[in-house]
Ligand binder design. Structure first.
Ligand code: KIV
Ligand code: NA
Length: 275
């Protein structure tokens, strides 16, 4: 059954962990739904793992919308969260318009945006307009340059305290879920205990209320680099290359197509036509 927003808090209260996975297209969404994952994120990580950009910065609204629509068609019974691309929530007006599109055109159930205290006015405006918002703090890939690169956040006391404040501010502004990325487990644990809304960790340890990973990372479909927090559960990229090599060899050796893959006329027709 499709989860609804109050279900996530109930899961936290009951101590039931929340599973989240990204998906970017129709088949991946179908598989994630079939696996029983609690919620799907159409992450802007799609820019890197599907579109081949070097970062999530170039991802556009049109790209996220295009993929969100496909995910919705593949997973009709799963709660779908769509990432707001970099600069698509740079002002309240932009945020309202773009988040509205992700729900109305994309079919998403909620949107996610990166930032802490600095995005509170945006989160307030969206939730007041009736758009459910997921927060995302810690390592925020859209602004990784400002953070000094893809580094663990909250190792020092000031930053750890700031992350707790960010979490509280987002909850107060109306966010119903909070992604914690690349944060020491003690800091993530403190934020999780402190907040009523569930936290979903990625590289944030076991004390979060749920966990999220990138589809292509856990299946071994993206191997350009592998962060410490990724657990790879399969090597589908390698298997794919083996299958493709088999096809290549069978074409070269005339083993493919075999008779079962071939249409043929009856002997009688062949005789009349070409005999
Ligand atoms: O874009 C993404 O996949 C994400 C998750 C890693 C949280 O934001
Ligand atoms: Na993202």
């Amino acid at each position: 059954m499709k989860k609804m927003i109050p279900d996530f808090v109930k899961m936290k209260q009951a101590g039931e962990k929340i599973s989240m996975l990204t998906a970017y297209d129709y088949p991946s969404a179908q598989w994630v739904e079939e696996a029983g994952i609690d919620t799907i994120l159409v992450g802007d990580s799609l820019g890197m793992v599907v579109l081949g950009y070097d970062s999530t910065v170039p991802v556009t609204m049109e790209e996220i919308l295009h993929h969100t629509k496909a995910v919705r068609r593949g997973a009709t019974k799963t709660f779908v969260i769509a990432d707001m691309p970099f600069m698509s929530y740079a002002s309240i007006d932009l945020a309202l318009m773009n988040a509205g599109r992700l729900l109305k055109e994309g079919g998403a159930d909620a949107v996610k945006l990166e930032g802490g205290v600095n995005v509170v006015p945006i989160v307030l405006a969206l939730t007041r307009a009736g758009i459910p918002v997921v927060g995302h703090i810690g390592l925020t890939p859209q602004t990784a340059n400002q953070l000094g690169g893809f580094k663990v956040q909250g190792r020092d006391i000031d930053r750890a305290k700031q992350l707790v404040k960010d979490g509280q501010a987002l909850e107060q502004a109306g966010a119903f879920l909070l992604v914690l990325e690349a944060i020491p487990r003690q800091v993530a644990g403190q934020i999780s205990t402190d907040l009523t809304i569930p936290t979903i960790g990625i590289g944030a340890g076991l004390d979060c209320d749920g966990q999220v990973l990138v589809f292509h990372d856990i299946l071994g479909l993206f191997e350009r680099f592998k962060p410490k927090f990724v657990k790879q559960y399969a090597s589908l990229g390698k298997e794919a290359v083996l299958a493709l090599q088999d096809f290549h060899k069978e074409v070269k050796s005339s083993q493919f197509p075999a008779s079962e893959h071939t249409f043929a006329l009856s002997d009688e027709v062949v005789e009349k036509l070409y005999g």
